[in-house]
Design a protein around this ligand. Structure first.
Ligand code: F0G
Length: 433
């Protein structure tokens, strides 16, 4: 069943709907935890999920479908469209721990998914469902990562047409290349993300196109595995904190849903806290948090290098506000300098992250300075996309070409004559004979 997050009204899961008729709030999948509890004890679920780690083939080799009974059991295995997404690494190397002066920090690197962002987790479920309900076309508005994922998954389904609405000139060139290459109709609208979202909602009220933005409750079911898989990697010993960048607020809502369900199922014995991080240029959730979530604030999102979270009216505001309160969470905001310096610090440890993930790291460091997160606490920072999708800002940072930013971690390329002497001089190696 689908359940309204506002008034609790319920709808059949096979109905294509994103909002409640009565109160217009977003819907969520009412996961049948009771059936799961009846089927297996917590220790038996853990054993099953562990046993599936030995699989090489779909569906269980996927870090989403490993949890199939928890993630849309209604969908038959043969309808699943998967690229074996998920199973992403949890980095905690020595250079990283030293660089962040954090003995128990982990980076859950969702950029190491097939299309290089966390969106693949939701998209495998969303596109599988589109196939199951025999949609002819899927659509999304995007800041560049949802569109890349949707295009790649949709192109695996014969006869399924993909349409993406992008804010013109506001996604990176790598992100733009992805849907084009996947053969998806790619429309660049003269507006920002919030403008694309508005047009998309108007379009979908009139035409039978399945929406794969995070307002789609089915997609959220896939995304909730970010937290679930991390818990499994930590042997079901929950960290003290998850820190996550926030744009449209779908991902933080999904993370929270997964964690709360894990607790209800008895797979963990306490809940972690969560910290959502926004950029100063696009900080509506931060402002709402500051007013005690009394009202949803919206802003006009300004220029930021964290372009994937340049969103002024988060669609999942209410869901996010609720999970933040349920998980004793906080919301922080960070500026451009802090984002790029934090990204450079993590990149330099061999973990290539995007500026949006850099915002999460910068937010973590800010919360440490404020004494809200302790140095020794176990913290999982969620890196949402790979640095390779945002190479322009990385190069510009290291070349000192970002206006208003003094790159503290710059490592510029050094042009050099093609001689042995020049290389010796540049490297500091001295000839002995
Ligand atoms: N990080 C990256 C790399 C993203 O692409 C996004 C969202 C987020 C963080 C924020 O997640 O919106 O669920 O709060 N990107 C969407 C897109 C909006 O269209 O690709 P959120």
């Amino acid at each position: 069943m689908l359940r309204c997050t506002g008034c609790g009204e319920r709808f059949p899961i096979l109905e294509i709907r994103y909002r409640c008729d009565q109160c217009n709030a977003l819907l969520e999948v009412d996961t049948d935890l009771e059936a799961m509890r009846k089927a297996r004890k917590p220790s038996e679920w853990k054993e099953l999920f562990q046993e599936r780690l030995g699989h090489f083939r779909p569906p269980y080799a996927s870090g989403v479908w490993r949890y199939h009974e928890w993630i849309l059991p209604q969908i038959p295995v043969e309808r699943i469209v998967t690229k074996l997404e998920g199973s992403t690494p949890l980095y905690s190397g020595e250079t990283l721990r030293r660089s962040l002066d954090a003995p128990a920090v982990f980076i859950k690197h969702e950029g190491e998914n097939p299309t290089l962002s966390f969106k693949d987790r939701g998209m495998t479920v969303g596109v599988s469902w589109a196939r199951h309900i025999q949609s002819k076309a899927v659509i999304c508005a995007s800041t560049g990562d949802t569109s890349a994922a949707m295009a790649a998954y949709a192109s695996e389904v014969p006869g399924l047409r993909g349409i993406v609405l992008l804010p013109r000139d506001k996604v990176t060139f790598e992100q733009l290349a992805q849907p084009i290459a996947s053969g998806c109709l790619t429309l660049a609208l003269d507006t920002d993300f919030d403008g694309c979202m508005r047009v998309l909602q108007e379009f979908c009220q009139r035409h039978p196109v399945y929406v794969l933005n995070s307002l789609n409750p089915i997609r959220i079911e896939g995304q909730k595995t970010i937290g679930i898989e991390t818990l499994q990697q930590l042997q079901w010993q929950p960290p003290d904190w998850f820190v996550i960048p926030v744009g449209n607020a779908g991902n933080i809502s999904a993370l929270g849903k997964g964690l709360l369900e894990a607790r209800e199922l008895g797979l963990i014995d306490r809940l972690p806290r969560i910290a959502g991080v926004q950029v100063e240029a696009a900080n509506p959730l931060y402002l709402s948090y500051k007013n005690g979530f009394r009202e949803a604030v919206s802003v006009e999102a300004g220029q930021t290098l964290a372009s994937a979270i340049r969103i002024g009216q988060p669609v999942s505001y209410h869901k996010a506000a609720k999970v933040i309160q349920q998980l004793d969470g906080v919301v922080e905001e960070v500026g451009e300098q802090a984002i790029m310096d934090a990204k450079a610090r993590v990149d330099a440890c061999g973990v290539s992250i995007c500026p949006n993930s850099g915002a999460a790291v910068a937010g973590y460091l800010k919360l440490r300075t404020a004494g809200i997160i302790g140095r020794d606490e176990r913290v999982v920072l969620i890196a949402t996309a790979h640095g390779a999708k945002f190479s322009q800002s990385t190069l510009d940072y290291h070349r000192s070409e970002l206006s208003g930013i003094t790159p503290r971690g710059a490592n510029p390329v050094q042009p050099l004559a093609a001689t042995l002497e020049a290389v010796e001089q540049a490297t500091g190696f001295v000839r002995t004979s």
